[in-house]
Design a protein. Structure first.
Length: 269
């Protein structure tokens, strides 16, 4: 029995390496070669031309990456501000139409983005939000909020309201209860929801292109044309940067949450 469990564990690790690590290695190799022909397992010619192009100050890559981080962080904060009270309401309280609301929350994921965004674009033009950074941030909330609300709803369902009730009985105000009891307990959910929201926003192309109107240039708007152009070296370079940027944000957020845990000695579910 134990041997069978070990085999399953090792198989899972190898499968993870094959599915995730190997493609990243191949992508990294493509970023430093102009050609990689059959039957060579490793490229025969290496070049840093793609990275030189990316690092060129004239290139708009860094500006686009900065815009993507600004949008992603702003969307993450806004989504969490909306999702925490919404998740608490859906996770802890019973009210008429609760299941319907849970279903409607998922509507932006179910309905094709094109059908929704075209109507939103018309209204954004009327309100002066089209071709502006604020408009892009707002429209990015559409595909991200359903995930954050869903995650935090499950967190509050698992948490329950007994600890909050005990704090209120001991004299804590609603705000004190939220800051010192509820918030520390839902940190893992906030972390998961925040990372999910950031990655979804960071990778948005169509919504940014339509609402931004080419005036708001994010990193995916620079990456996607390169992928379609057939220039594998440049596409690989930008793809590696895209993956590393998302990974760095995830690691930084994880470090911040761990520091908060050690500093305040929080108890986690």
């Amino acid at each position: 029995m134990k041997n069978g469990i070990k085999v399953i564990r090792y198989s899972s690790v190898y499968a993870l390496v094959f599915i995730l690590i190997i493609p990243l290695i191949i992508l990294s190799l493509w970023s430093i070669t102009n050609s990689w022909s059959w039957p060579h397992l490793i490229p025969q010619n290496f070049s840093l031309e793609g990275w030189q192009y990316f690092l060129n100050p004239v290139n708009e890559a860094f500006a686009a990456l900065k815009i993507s981080f600004i949008i992603g962080i702003a969307v993450t904060i806004a989504a969490l501000v909306i999702s925490i009270p919404a998740g608490k309401a859906l996770g802890l309280y019973d009210f008429a139409g609760k299941e319907l609301i849970k279903l409607l929350v998922l509507a932006p994921i179910i309905i094709p983005p094109l059908a929704v965004t075209m109507g939103i674009h018309i209204n954004f033009i009327k309100f002066g939000l089209s071709d502006r950074l604020l408009g892009v941030i707002i429209v990015h909330l559409i595909p991200t909020i359903p995930y954050s609300i869903r995650i935090l709803t499950h967190v509050f369902e698992a948490l329950g309201d007994k600890l909050e009730a005990q704090a209120r009985v001991l004299g804590a105000s609603g705000w004190q209860t939220f800051i010192h009891i509820t918030l520390p307990l839902i940190y893992p959910g906030i972390f998961s929801a925040g990372i999910m929201v950031f990655i979804i926003s960071f990778s948005q192309y169509f919504l940014t292109f339509l609402i931004g109107g080419g005036q708001v240039v994010s990193f995916p708007m620079v990456l996607f044309p390169l992928v379609r152009s057939g220039d594998r070296m440049l596409a690989a370079v930008y793809s590696v940067v895209f993956i590393v940027a998302a990974l760095v944000f995830t690691l930084v957020m994880e470090r911040l949450f761990k520091d908060e845990e050690r500093t305040n000695d929080h108890f986690y579910l």
